[in-house]
Design a protein around this ligand. Structure first.
Ligand SMILES: Nc1ncnc2c1ncn2[C@@H]1O[C@H](COP(=O)(O)OP(=O)(O)O)[C@@H](O)[C@H]1O
Ligand SMILES: [Mg+2]
Length: 362
């Protein structure tokens, strides 16, 4: 049974459509991320589910029951926001105990439960401190503890790690995943950060201008985007204008012809885009066997960026088309010098045709 279901639910404010009619089903124990640029409707969708706002059209179901008119505190949901708002004058213990006190839980049980969840978020030693005596990351973990202490069956989070620095954010991502796995809670998570979405989710729902652009598991979203928008939003990509030839290959702007993955919509003469992920483009060095790559082009190196574990090469083809090739950084591997001739190669299966406008339906 779906824990959360939106049925043709939408929200408008006067002339502004914050969310067009959408259908969404979240299964028990699933970790679903709502991803999209600012203003795409993520918060609106989450708030419809939370009951913070009412849909203009459609229905909201929680655990199989129509909850469209159920107030937020009767929906059995937990919420964690970006500004986690702990109560400053209360100790951490009292902050976490608060939802239990509201529910008139007996004192003994409160003690047990608070100790348990503080353990879960790896903060057993801070119960007597005040929020200001903790770091931002620790406060965020307390907010999470306060949310899970009363065993909500669903947790909603709106950019909960937005205020943390990169290292702390990555640490918290792993911790949220662990808690999700340990407690088997259904989680609905909002972020505009594609990497965060790819790391954490069972399923990603990509929003574009108040509509669901595409949804699916992370690897599918990454390797089989159905539109330029999805390809572009999830990771970096090489995207070129191209035309399909009668043999099914595509000619791109530089004049180079390449084999592409067959797609039903890509009939001869179709003007479209061709997308190749930078990590699928191989820099051919002396002695490399290039025969397993059917697509090969020559260009000149213009720049190289070392980003820690990966390295990005910018290579220019005959008429200004630039290709980004990404390799793992390895000591001893020869770098490219600007101006040097470079041969690049990649597989037809990694060359995805995409519609110039809109998306592949179905
Ligand atoms: N209370 C409101 N009144 C008018 N427009 C709103 C209101 N809330 C949101 N919107 C508009 O709806 C769209 C989606 O907003 P939101 O769901 O907050 O996006 P996101 O969370 O993806 O950044 C935006 O264009 C936003 O300006
Ligand atoms: Mg938002």
């Amino acid at each position: 049974m779906a824990m959360v279901r939106l049925q043709r639910a939408g929200k408008r404010y006067g002339d502004v459509v914050a969310l067009h009619e959408v259908d969404l089903s979240v299964e028990e124990g699933e970790f679903v991320t709502l991803l999209g640029p600012s203003g795409s409707g993520k918060t609106t969708m989450l708030n419809l589910i939370a009951g913070m706002i009412a849909p203009t059209v459609g229905q909201v179901f929680i655990a199989g029951k129509d909850a469209t008119n159920t107030p937020p505190n009767k929906r059995g949901l937990g919420m964690v926001f970006q500004n986690y708002a702990l109560m400053p004058h209360m100790t951490i213990f009292e902050n976490v105990a608060f939802p239990l006190r509201v529910r008139k839980t007996p004192e003994e049980e409160i003690k047990k439960k608070v100790a348990h969840v503080l353990n879960l978020v790896h903060l057993p030693q801070v119960a007597n401190r005040k929020p200001r005596e903790l770091s931002g990351g620790q406060q965020q973990r307390v907010a999470l503890a306060r949310c899970i202490v009363y065993n909500p069956s669903i947790i909603l989070m709106d950019e909960p790690l937005g205020a943390l620095d990169k290292k702390l954010r990555e640490q918290m991502q792993l911790e949220l995943k662990r808690i999700h796995t340990d407690l088997k809670i259904t989680m609905l998570y909002v972020t505009h950060d594609q990497e965060e979405a790819l790391t954490m989710s069972d399923r990603i729902v990509l929003l574009n201008d108040g509509r669901i652009e595409q949804m699916g598991p992370p690897d599918e979203m990454y390797f089989k985007p159905r539109s330029v928008f999805a390809a572009d939003f999830l990771g970096s990509s090489n995207i070129w204008d191209g035309t399909i030839e009668s043999d099914g290959s595509a000619t791109i702007k530089s004049g180079d012809k390449m084999k592409v993955k067959p797609e039903a919509f890509a009939k001869p003469g179709t003007k479209l885009k061709v997308m190749v992920r930078p990590e699928n483009i191989n820099v051919i060095r002396q002695g490399d066997d290039e025969s397993r790559f059917e697509n090969r082009v020559n260009g000149k190196a213009i720049d190289t960026l070392i980003l820690g574990g990966v390295i990005k090469h910018y290579v220019q083809l005959a008429n200004d088309t630039v290709i980004i090739a990404q390799e793992l950084t390895r000591s001893g591997r020869r770098s490219l010098t600007p101006g040097q001739d470079v041969r690049l190669a990649w597989r037809p299966d990694d060359s995805l045709p995409l519609p110039a406008v809109g998306k592949i339906e179905g």
